[in-house]
Design a protein around this ligand. Structure first.
Ligand SMILES: Cc1cc2nc3c(=O)[nH]c(=O)nc-3n(C[C@H](O)[C@H](O)[C@H](O)COP(=O)(O)OP(=O)(O)OC[C@H]3O[C@@H](n4cnc5c(N)ncnc54)[C@H](O)[C@@H]3O)c2cc1C
Length: 404
C-alpha cells in the first residue's frame, strides 16, 4: 500500500480539481491525493457560463459576450445585457491554473495515469485500488464523471425522465471575416430537424474564428461524421463558407444527460460523489460548471470546518422551486420536442435578458419566474404541472383515513 491520506479525490477533472482548489484555499493542510487515469491534460472542452457570481476561474475567460441570439421558426431574437456576460473558459487554461495552484502545496499529491478500479470500506476509512497501487483515505470524493455505460448513467436512463444532449464542436478558422465576435448564437433551430430535436451553437471568438457545435437533444446516436456534416452544412448555409474556406483547428464532443434522476450524494459510508456523478448537471439546461463550483465550495467549507458528521450539503439554492420548474421543462422537452424551438423563442422574446439569466443560473426572484411563466403558453404546461402534482401525491402514498 502506498500511503494513507485524509482525502482521496477520484478524477482530476472539473469537480476533482475544483474541490481540491477550494480545500487549499481554505487552508486545509491535511494530505490530499488526486488520482486520474489520463496521462496529460488536454484542451478537450470549452466551459461557458454566465458571470452571475465570482468564481476562482472566471478571470481565465478569454471571451465575454454581452449579446446572444436564438433562432427558431423563421425568427431570430437577440438579447443584450450589461450585467451578466456569458464567459468562455478553455479547459486547457482551467487545468493549467488549477494544477499550478496545487503544486504550491506540499500536502497535495496528483497522480496521473492511474486508473481507479474500485473502493471498499476498511475500519475507519476507505481503501482505493488503482491500476498500479492501493491507498487508504479517511474520506473519498468520486468525481470520475458520468460516461455512457457507467452504472448511474444507465440507471438514470432506465428509471427517470431522460433528454440526452449529444454534441460535437469544431473550432474553425475562416479565411474571411464572417463571424460577429460581439454576439454568440446560443441555439439556432433553423436546421434540419428530421433526425430529432437539433440546434447549432456558435461561439465566435474573432471575425475569423469560432467554435461551432452541432447538438442533438434526442437519442440519435449520431456519429462524428454526421455531426461534422451538420457543421459543414451550417457554415455554408449561414456564413457562405465552403469546406475549402476554413480550417478545423480542434474538435470536442460530449454527451450530457439532462435527467430527473436523483443521483446519490453518498456512494458509501465515507464516499461522496461530486461533479456530474453527483447530479450537478441542471436537468433543464445541461449547464454544470457553475453548479460544480457552488457545490465544491460548500463541500470544502463544510470539510474545513472539521465536521463530526459527513456533510450533506446541496448545491441547490432553492431546490423545491427549481426542482418543479426543471421537472416541467424536462418533461416538456421529452414529450413535445417538436414544440421546443417555438417555446424557447417565446421565452427569449418575452423575458428580459437579466431575468432569463437569473433563472438559468438559479438566481431568479419570484418576479423573474412570474415573467417566465407569463411568456410560456399555458397549454401544455398546465397539463404537465397537473400530472406532476398527481404523481407527487401518488408517490406520497394513499391518503390517511381515520381508523383505516
Ligand atoms: C465537450 C464538453 C463541453 C462542455 N461544456 C460545458 C459548458 O459550456 N458549460 C457547462 O456548464 N458545462 C459544460 N459541460 C458539462 C460539464 O461541465 C463537464 O462535463 C465537466 O467537465 C464535468 O465535470 P466532472 O468533474 O463531473 O467530470 P470531468 O471533468 O469529465 O472529470 C472526470 C475525470 O475523471 C477521470 N476518470 C474517469 N474515470 C476514471 C478512472 N476509472 N480512474 C481515474 N480517473 C478517471 C477522467 O479522466 C476525468 O479527468 C461540457 C462537457 C463537455 C464534455
Amino acid at each position: 500500500m502506498r500511503g494513507r491520506y485524509k482525502y482521496v479525490i477520484l478524477g482530476a477533472g472539473c469537480s476533482g480539481l475544483s474541490l481540491c482548489y477550494y480545500l487549499l484555499d481554505l487552508g486545509v493542510e491535511d494530505p490530499i491525493l488526486l488520482l486520474d487515469r489520463r496521462s496529460e491534460f488536454l484542451d478537450d472542452r470549452t466551459w461557458c457560463f454566465w458571470d452571475v457570481e465570482p468564481t476562482p476561474f472566471s478571470h481565465l475567460a478569454l471571451k465575454r459576450w454581452y449579446s446572444w441570439s436564438l433562432r427558431a421558426d423563421g425568427g431570430s431574437v437577440t438579447q443584450t445585457t450589461r450585467r451578466y456576460p456569458y464567459l468562455r473558459v478553455r479547459s486547457a487554461d482551467f487545468y493549467e491554473y488549477a494544477v499550478r495552484s496545487l503544486e504550491a502545496h506540499p500536502n497535495v499529491t496528483l497522480r496521473m495515469g492511474e486508473e481507479v478500479l474500485n473502493h471498499s470500506p476498511v475500519p475507519g476509512g476507505v481503501r482505493v485500488e488503482t491500476s498500479g497501487e492501493a491507498y487508504e483515505a479517511d474520506l473519498v470524493f468520486d468525481g470520475r464523471g458520468l460516461p455512457p455505460g457507467s452504472p448511474h448513467f444507465e440507471k438514470a436512463r432506465k428509471e427517470a425522465t431522460w433528454v440526452p444532449q449529444e454534441f460535437l464542436g469544431q473550432r474553425v478558422e475562416a479565411q474571411s471575416p464572417v463571424f460577429d465576435p460581439y454576439r454568440c448564437t446560443l441555439m439556432d433551430f433553423s436546421v434540419d430537424q428530421g433526425r430529432g430535436l437539433r440546434f447549432v451553437y456558435v461561439l465566435p471568438f474573432t471575425r475569423e474564428t469560432a467554435l461551432v457545435e452541432n447538438v442533438y437533444l434526442s437519442e440519435v446516436e449520431a456519429g462524428p461524421e454526421e455531426h461534422r456534416a451538420g457543421i459543414r452544412d451550417y457554415l455554408w448555409d449561414v456564413y457562405g463558407l465552403s469546406g475549402s474556406e476554413y480550417e478545423v483547428r480542434r474538435e470536442e464532443k460530449g454527451y450530457i444527460p439532462m435527467t430527473s434522476y436523483e443521483f446519490p450524494r453518498r456512494l458509501g459510508e465515507r464516499v461522496y460523489s461530486i461533479g456530474m456523478l453527483g447530479g450537478e448537471t441542471r436537468p433543464s439546461t445541461g449547464y454544470t460548471f457553475l453548479r460544480i463550483q457552488r457545490y465544491c465550495r460548500r463541500l470544502a467549507e463544510s470539510l474545513a470546518g472539521s465536521p463530526k458528521e459527513l456533510p450533506e450539503v446541496s448545491a441547490k439554492t432553492d431546490s423545491r422551486r427549481y426542482d418543479l420548474l426543471d421537472a416541467l421543462f424536462l418533461r416538456f422537452m421529452h414529450e413535445y420536442p417538436e414544440r421546443c424551438p417555438e417555446i424557447y423563442r417565446q421565452m427569449f422574446a418575452g423575458v428580459p435578458a437579466d431575468s432569463l439569466v437569473r433563472f438559468l443560473t438559479e438566481k431568479s426572484s419570484p418576479l423573474d419566474e412570474a415573467r417566465l411563466i407569463k411568456a410560456l403558453p399555458k397549454t401544455p404546461f398546465i397539463g404537465l404541472a397537473f400530472r406532476a402534482a398527481l404523481e407527487k401525491l401518488r408517490e406520497a402514498g394513499p391518503p390517511f383515513r381515520p381508523g383505516g
